[in-house]
Design a protein around this ligand. Structure first.
Ligand SMILES: [Zn+2]
Ligand SMILES: [Zn+2]
Ligand SMILES: [Zn+2]
Length: 116
C-alpha cells in the first residue's frame, strides 16, 4: 500500500468571492397577463382582489356556475337549462330577465312602430 499520491491541490485563492444570489421566491400574479410579482402570499391575495369582478351572478337554475354579467347568466340559463326568457322586446327582439331591465334597455331597433 504505497500509493502515496501527492495530489497538489491547486489552492485557488479566491476565497469569499462567491456571489451569493439571494433568490427570494417571488410570487407572481395568478393572472398571467398581469405579470406583477409579490413578496408574500398575503400581498398577492390582496392584489388578486382587483382581478375579481365585484358582483357575481350565480345560476338560478340549480348548477354552481357564476357569471360576471347578468346577461351571461341569462344566456347560460337559457342554453343549459332551457329557461324561458320572460321579457322579450318586441322591437329589437332581445330578451330580458325582468321587465325593468327590458324597459331600461336602449333599444337599438327603434323602428317606426309608433304606438299611440
Ligand atoms: Zn395581477
Ligand atoms: Zn346553470
Ligand atoms: Zn328593444
Amino acid at each position: 500500500m504505497d500509493s502515496n499520491l501527492t495530489s497538489r491541490s491547486a489552492t485557488n485563492s479566491d476565497n469569499g468571492r462567491q456571489t451569493v444570489v439571494r433568490r427570494k421566491r417571488r410570487l407572481s400574479c395568478l393572472d398571467f397577463s398581469c405579470g406583477r410579482t409579490f413578496m408574500s402570499e398575503y400581498t398577492r391575495s390582496l392584489h388578486m382582489r382587483t382581478h375579481q369582478p365585484k358582483t357575481r351572478y350565480p345560476c338560478q337554475m340549480g348548477c354552481s356556475e357564476t357569471f360576471s354579467r347578468q346577461h351571461d347568466r341569462l344566456r347560460h340559463e337559457v342554453a343549459k337549462h332551457g329557461k324561458q326568457w320572460e321579457w322579450p322586446c318586441t322591437r329589437c327582439r332581445q330578451f330580458f330577465s325582468s321587465q325593468a331591465t327590458r324597459d331600461r334597455h336602449k333599444c337599438s331597433n327603434r323602428a317606426s312602430s309608433s304606438l299611440g
